[in-house]
Design a binder for this molecule. Structure first.
Ligand code: AMP
Length: 190
């Protein structure tokens, strides 16, 4: 059976992490979040984590080769997975190309890119709310929250065209109850 490899796309605060948790359960997928992987490196105080810290705290992107390497390692470690849900990756065209190369080499391409659409003011509200409990430095200040949205618009949002060209882009309304949004995603996966 072909693998269910999905990119869960959207700006910071769109609900990618939350919705990933529902989808991995429903479809038995492995969740690959580069943000989570980087935060684990940071917590373990590895060289990689310490090198990424300042960029992450400031809402800037970590170098492509670092996140691509982390994804490659995780995919190799979970070769038997029925599929992956990519969350927060890819964030640049170089990352999207590297992901396609890795997956195409195994004839297991991305089947859909689901893009959670949420208005900017709602995103800022959600990020600052999360900041009260997440302990994430990048969720604390409104300026950093807005900076991440700017970086998303500039570097990451153009990937919609990349996946549109492959016929894989699907926009999903990311506003509403968690259950409604999950239902929209499940319907889009088909
Ligand atoms: P996230 O948890 O996805 O919001 O990511 C938190 C931070 O980790 C981002 O603001 C970036 O600094 C870094 N990061 C996560 N994923 C990537 C990625 N694919 N490319 C570059 N930087 C990333």
């Amino acid at each position: 059976m072909s693998k269910l490899n999905i990119v869960l796309f959207g700006p910071p605060g769109a609900g990618k992490g939350t919705q990933s948790n529902f989808l991995i359960e429903k479809f038995n997928l492995v969740h690959l979040s580069t943000g989570d992987l980087l935060r684990a490196e940071l917590k373990a105080e590895t060289e990689l984590g310490l090198a990424a810290k300042e960029l992450m705290d400031n809402g800037e992107l970590v170098a492509d080769n670092i996140v691509i390497g982390m994804i490659r390692n995780m995919m190799e470690a979970h070769n038997e997975a029925p599929g992956f849900i990519f969350d927060g990756f890819p964030r640049t065209e170089a990352q999207a190309q590297a992901l396609d190369e890795m997956l195409n080499a195994k004839s297991e391409p991305i089947v859909a890119m689901l893009s959670l659409e949420v208005p900017e003011e709602e995103l800022v509200k959600r990020l600052l709310e999360r900041g009260k409990t997440s302990g994430r430095v990048d969720d604390q200040e409104e300026a950093t929250a807005r900076k991440r949205i700017v970086v998303y618009s500039r570097e990451t949002s153009p990937l919609k065209d990349y996946y549109k060209a492959q016929g894989k882009y699907k926009a999903i309304d990311g506003v509403g109850s968690l259950a409604d949004i999950t239902a929209r995603l499940v319907k889009a996966i088909g």
